[in-house]
Design a protein around this ligand. Sequence first.
Ligand SMILES: *Cc1c(COP(=O)(O)O)cnc(C)c1O
Length: 423
Amino acid sequence: MPMSKAFENRLHPVLAETADHFGTPFHIYDETGIRETGAALKAAFAGVNDFREFFAVKALPNPAVLAIMRDMGFGFDCSSIAELELARRVGARGGEVMFTSNNTSPAEFLAASADGGSILNLDDISLVDKVPEMPDLVCFRYNPGDRRTGNDIIGNPVESKYGVSRDQIVDAYRRAMGRGARRFGLHTMLASNERHHEYMVRTAEMLLDLAARIGRELDVRFEFLNIGGGLGIAYHPDDAPLDLAAMGQDISALFAAFGAENRYMPRLYLESGRFMTGPHGVLAARAINRKEIYRTYVGVDACMSALMRPGMYGAYHHITVPGREGRRPTEVVDVVGSLCENNDKFAIQRALPKIDDGDLVLIHDAGAHGHSMGFNYNGRLRPKELLLRTDGTVSLIRREETLPDHFATLRFQADDFRPGQRS
Ligand SMILES: *Cc1c(COP(=O)(O)O)cnc(C)c1O
């Protein structure tokens, strides 16, 4: 959903002062909202044995936010060395960290096992022989192959590079056992921004069936099933939200049935990113230009370096102009950044209240895959991140990038190497 009324009521009264103090543009995240969603997730799965959310770090990789997740008892889903390091910096160790990499390098395996370790989630059967040391507990990511997803971002699993195939999955566990694995998990990730809870229920059902089958064939039990992330949020005001309570109920019932039949109950893991933080962040920018050619363009002081979902996926992000809503006639405009790419537009032909230079513009639902997906093409730097805490404090949790940051890797004096001239 576009930002909740409650978030609006917390942010609007402090927005102008915050923008004056810190300067625009900035992402600002709402601790209260994040905690409420975390509590809703726990409540929805209160009926299953030992539910745990592993927050997908890539959605919002900031230690202040990770600390909130940890405080709620959540673990972390990491897929790179940097994400592992962040999870550890907030104190997560061992079973609190799930390492779900793909096309994994030896350096990543080392990092995953170092410093307290993590749950290794292997993406391919060939990796069984490449893990330097097979851990006691191992998990595989399953790719079921032909299965209609109806989902653009992940696509058809047959064409997806992720996971172990249907034909390989039993053998994968057998070979891991051969190398010493004794405890098992099973994982899949088949959705992205999915708002139909039935889809997640079917995913859970598929994993439960598979766990039962592998269990029979290899005489093993699964400690946990991880149904992945991909829970959707309503970006557009007309989007129906995901029915979290129904999803929790249906999945709990499936787990109960599995327990009755197999005489044990695996834990349920989820690794949601977007659902946890997406609606609880906005990108605040200031209008700096207005241009009237064939269309009207409102230029703001942020660009797709801060949020590339509209440019990359044509994604809708709701926009509001605090203090102007309902007080000014609307007009149809494109809201744009300064990048030399014509897809650097936060909104295309959108009806908004008339915006003047200097007005603050809020781009909603930027709390996941927003700042973290940013990039520096065209020398455009990423903005700062703020956290609106439950006690009303506004904390700077990442400063904006500066030119020295951007130039830090350049060698204005090149380091030369002449191949063939050994010394
Ligand atoms: C990206 C990702 C997630 C999180 O996806 P969301 O859509 O943010 O919930 C979870 N697990 C894996 C393996 C991912 O790659």
